[in-house]
Design a protein. Structure first.
Length: 117
């Protein structure tokens, strides 16, 4: 059974940094393109960043380009998102998952990131 456990969120001031982690189990991580998504209150879930199977290529939403870095450690079945120069508009619940997702995709509980002074 697919299980995704996100962690590392919290309250941070504008301009600060956070590193999110996602522990994946129930499937072979290296077999999938992986991604981070986020959902702000009242908004739909959106794609933040994605990374190919062995990290050879990454892609970012325009809103986070140059500030966020996605990476992965297939040996540890873990996905990461390094976030810097955080802005209030980055406030959201952050999720990891395969890319693309399907209607039947399992989701973790996410990790809350709040950027506020």
């Amino acid at each position: 059974q697919v299980q995704l456990v996100e962690s590392g969120g919290g309250l941070v001031q504008p301009g600060g940094s956070l590193r999110l982690s996602c522990a994946a189990s129930g499937f072979t991580l290296r077999a999938y393109i992986m991604a981070w998504y986020r959902q702000a209150l009242g908004n739909e879930r959106e794609l933040v960043a994605r990374i190919t199977n062995f990290g050879e290529s990454t892609d970012y939403a325009d809103s986070v380009k140059g500030r966020f870095t996605i990476s992965r450690d297939n040996a540890k079945s873990t996905l990461y998102l390094q976030m810097s120069s955080l802005k209030p508009e980055d406030t959201a619940v952050y999720y990891c998952n395969q890319y693309p997702t399907r209607a039947t995709s399992e989701w973790g509980q996410g990790t809350q990131v709040t950027v506020s002074s």
